[in-house]
Design a protein around this ligand. Sequence first.
Ligand SMILES: C[S@@+](CC[C@H](N)C(=O)[O-])C[C@H]1O[C@@H](n2cnc3c(N)ncnc32)[C@H](O)[C@@H]1O
Length: 253
Amino acid sequence: MNLYETDKLLSEYLLFHYGSARDVLPHPGGPTGGLDYAIRCVTECLDAASLPERARALDLGCAVGRSAFELARTCSEVVGIDYSQRFIDAAQELQQNGATTFQRTEEGALTTATRIEVPPEIARERVRFERGDAMNLRPDLGTFDVVLMANLIDRLREPRRCVGRLPELVGPGGQLIITSPYTWLEEFTPRENWLGGFQRDGEPVSTLDGLTAELSANFDLIRTKDLPFLIREHARKFQWSVAQASIWRRHLP
Ligand SMILES: C[S@@+](CC[C@H](N)C(=O)[O-])C[C@H]1O[C@@H](n2cnc3c(N)ncnc32)[C@H](O)[C@@H]1O
């Protein structure tokens, strides 16, 4: 069973992407810096000022879509792609209706109906969602001025197949934003496919080293940034992580 097709993960990701601070973290003294991650992947990483007119953006592994909607504040066309049909269905419902209600877990089988919405000022008609496999994307996607891959690479069986397509997807001078806590797990990625998090010839290889090896022929690394994020599992259990964002610029021809 794909974890990202379950009720549990759908509910957690709707809250993670769209939940208010009060709904996600009502406890005083909690790590509020981890809120609004799907928004901050865009606002803290995108160089909006350098986008061309009528910019196109791709959110790969978009889940339930919040970053795609944030990209639509500055890009006139945004494509969100995810492998989970349930996540894409939820994203499409939000695209069409602007709001939805779901059950968030309090404890055990106790839940609370929670209403969420896409900020009304976002032009939702700029965004479209489709199901797809980041390791085997359809060939006619075209090129983009921005490609965002948030918390995706360490969930792919063969991350190099996805990373290898990026030079074709990001147009000359375009921006590539990769964020990840680099949680390599064999249940998602066989060890021989990890991009980093191991030793080679007695030397540590970080995932940023691995990404640089894969990308440097076509991209310049502009900067890195730590991005904390908080996922609420239930009223009294939270996962706090710190992703590293690496922000790249596609070489000009
Ligand atoms: C850890 S979640 C991150 C989601 C979102 N970008 C975020 O930051 O909240 C990983 C996402 O990648 C998606 N995913 C996993 N394998 C994929 C694949 N082969 N192609 C596209 N999406 C995939 C999952 O369905 C899930 O939505």
